[in-house]
Structure formats: structure tokens, C-alpha cells
Design a protein around this ligand. Structure first.
Ligand SMILES: [Zn+2]
Length: 386
């Protein structure tokens, strides 16, 4: 009943942070997925990499990079400023931040992933947020089209996970659709590897356990799909890997010691691996550049380098000066999190720990070299125009 002649299904399973170097030295689906290649990542966090995978575009082209960017005129967060007078010990509790994030998300109708993280409330009214929409829906990108725009326009029956759901629910949902036998393309989203790697680091036996779980689940998924389709093409891909953290630097203290006034002389935001600065005076520029050059565990990225990385933005939207830490170095404290961690990503794509992967049971279409090429694999598999 569910079977008609020569049915083909392509499944793309995205596993966040399943890096090439995380796979190294481990057994993972070698028999089922013998075609294996390393992919160069996109510079930035998942908020930059996932849009690149879904669209084949660079951050400059799709307009997604780090979550927060300086835009006091359009900041939706001005109403939160009064919370800046509350003691940080209260408002920085994870649970309080999470509840507030939910309230803000609902109040503004954001459908994307939203977290206030630990951006100080006294400063948050200066920033806007780049992922207000659901990336996994048609129209989800700030600029350009994603794979779901193409699938819908060309009427391809497909399945996509709800990224808000846990992995077992996403597996059950894709299997249910496969059993109906009507879809031709599926995008399965698996996010918990990233959280685990941040917490325990890539060398931990916990990671082996988690990979064994993925291996079992994907083998089972293939078996289910093969019962309902004549041909099943499975691709496992990732967005980046995970470096092991060995050094903390207090970049915020180094900048605050300059005696410049926040908002009047400069604006800064500190992601885990990046300090991003907007400079309002020549004096502030001179002093901040000098201070960053004193920091031995990272460097300022040149305009040329940012252009090569596809991270040169119109009007320096995401920062006029980008300081990047060396692999394994994180900025503590920063505005992205308050918990101590073992693993981090968001380093230069040249670092081997940044490399992502593409594993498949058939040779991948084209010659994918970078995570942006996953988009072209998907358009080829779904038979939609690239
Ligand atoms: Zn992560």
C-alpha cells in the first residue's frame, strides 16, 4: 500500500559538532557509510554555520553570524534595560535568564533559537539579534533562500525535524513519515552532541557512548527506511568540530582597564572565542587595538582575512574590529555563557578541530569540500534547482 515502483529516499542527518577530529580514532558506521570526507567549516558559531549549510551561502551573503550585533536604533531589547539595576547574582542565574529569554521570545514573536545568554541588561538595549526567524522554515534566512524554500517551491514531499524537540522525538517523527512512504527527502536534526562535547570534551568516553547510540539509532533508521523504499541514500553531516579548552583569558578586564567609556567611546561584545568592537573615536580605536595586540592568546583579524572567510559585512554589522582567540583559548567571562566548559568551537576554519564531516552510503553528488557544499548535495538529492 505504501510502496509504489522504484522509490528513492534521501536522508540528511545533521549531527551538531560531529567534527572530523571527533571521528578520528573512533569507529562510527564505517560499514554502512563508507564514503567519508572532511569538510571545511564556516567561520563563526552554529548561528553562522547552520544557515550556510541550509543555503550554500557565506555569512556575508545570508547575513547570519554571531547572535548579537550593535544596533541601538533597532534594538528590541531596550525595555530590558531597567533590569540592569538588579544585582547580577540574581539576574545571571541560568534559570532566571532562561525564563526571561522565553518571555522575550514570546513577546517579540521570535520563531528562531533565542537565548539572552549573559549579555548584561545594562547594555542589551544597544544590540539587535540575528536569528529572529526559524532557520528550518521557508523564508527563514535574513537574506537568500534555504533548502526549504526550494523544496516547497518545487513541491518535493519532505520531512524536517522540529529542532526544539529532543533527538529521540526527532527520530520517532522521521520514522513515522518514512513509514507513510510519501516523502522523498528528509532532514534530521540532532543537536545534543554539541552540548555533550562542550561539557566533557572530545576525548571523553562519554563521547564514545553517545556515538554508539547514534550508530544504533541510524542503523535502525536505515533498516526502517529500507523496508519502505527501494533505495535509501543516507548522509551524515556536521557544522564544525570541537577543540579542547586549555586557557582562559580575561579580555573584558583588559579592555575595561583602558578607562574608556562604554557606549560613548566604544561598544564591545564578548563571545566565547571572539571580542567584537565598535569604535566611536580614533582614540578608542588606537587604545583598543594596542590593548588587543598585547594579548598573546589571539589576534585581530584583518579586513582581507574576513573577506576571504566570507565574514565581511556591510557597514561592519557584526563589529568593526574582530579579535579571535587561538584554538583552545576562551574568553572568560564572556557574554555567551557563565558555566565552565571543556570544549569550544568558533575558532579559525584552518584549525583542524574546526573541520566538519560528510559520511554517506553512496558517493556524494558533486565534490563537496566545505559545509556550504552540503546545500548542493541536498539540492541534488532532492532534485531541486541549485
Ligand atoms: Zn556549540
Amino acid at each position: 500500500m505504501t510502496n509504489s515502483a522504484a522509490k528513492q529516499l534521501s536522508i540528511v542527518c545533521f549531527i551538531d559538532a560531529l567534527g572530523w577530529e571527533v571521528l578520528r580514532g573512533r569507529q562510527f558506521l564505517e560499514d554502512r557509510l563508507p564514503h567519508r570526507r572532511k569538510l571545511r567549516s564556516t567561520f563563526g558559531f552554529s548561528s553562522a554555520c547552520v544557515p550556510s549549510i541550509l543555503s550554500g551561502l557565506t555569512p556575508r551573503e545570508h547575513g547570519h553570524w554571531s547572535f548579537f550585533y550593535y544596533d541601538p536604533e533597532h534594538s528590541p531589547f531596550k525595555a530590558l534595560k531597567p533590569l540592569g539595576v538588579l544585582p547580577r547574582s540574581l539576574v545571571d542565574r541560568g534559570r532566571v535568564r532562561n525564563q526571561l529569554s522565553k518571555l522575550v521570545k514570546r513577546a517579540y514573536g521570535f520563531t528562531g533559537y533565542f537565548q539572552l545568554y549573559s549579555v548584561p541588561f545594562s547594555q542589551i538595549g544597544l544590540f539587535d539579534y540575528c536569528e529572529k526567524k526559524d532557520l528550518f522554515k521557508p523564508g527563514g534566512l535574513n537574506r537568500g533562500e534555504n533548502i526549504f524554500d526550494r523544496l516547497e517551491r518545487e513541491g518535493v514531499p519532505y520531512h524536517v525535524s522540529n529542532w526544539r524537540q529532543p533527538e529521540d522525538a526527532n527520530l520517532a517523527a522521521v520514522k513515522a513519515d518514512i513509514e507513510q512512504g510519501e516523502i522523498r527527502f528528509a532532514f534530521l536534526y540532532m543537536a545534543s552532541m554539541d552540548a555533550l562535547l562542550h561539557q566533557v570534551g572530545k576525548a571523553s568516553p562519554e563521547v564514545d557512548k553517545k556515538m554508539a547510540w547514534y550508530e544504533r539509532e541510524l542503523t535502525d533508521l536505515l533498516a526502517v527506511a529500507e523496508r519502505h523504499y527501494d533505495s535509501v541514500r543516507l548522509f551524515v553531516c556536521s557544522d564544525h568540530g570541537m577543540a579542547t579548552v586549555h586557557t582562559h583569558i580575561d579580555l573584558m578586564a583588559r579592555i575595561e582597564a583602558l578607562g574608556l567609556e562604554f557606549d560613548k567611546d566604544y561598544v564591545a561584545t564578548y563571545d566565547s572565542t571572539m571580542g567584537r568592537f565598535w569604535l566611536k573615536t580614533d582614540e578608542a580605536r588606537r587604545r583598543i587595538v594596542a590593548a588587543l595586540e598585547q594579548e598573546p592568546h589571539g589576534r585581530i583579524l584583518s579586513e582581507d582575512e574576513l573577506r576571504e572567510l566570507g565574514c565581511d559585512f556591510d557597514g561592519h554589522q557584526y563589529g568593526e574590529l574582530i579579535f579571535l582567540t587561538n584554538p583552545g583559548v576562551i574568553i572568560v567571562p564572556c557574554h555567551m555563557g557563565l558555566k565552565p566548559i571543556t570544549g569550544m568551537h568558533g575558532y579559525h576554519p584552518d584549525d583542524p578541530d574546526s573541520d566538519a564531516c560528510l559520511l554517506s552510503n553512496v558517493p556524494p553528488p558533486g565534490d563537496p569540500q566545505a559545509i556550504t557544499d552540503i546545500f548542493h548535495v541536498m539540492t541534488a538529492e532532492a532534485g531541486v534547482s541549485a
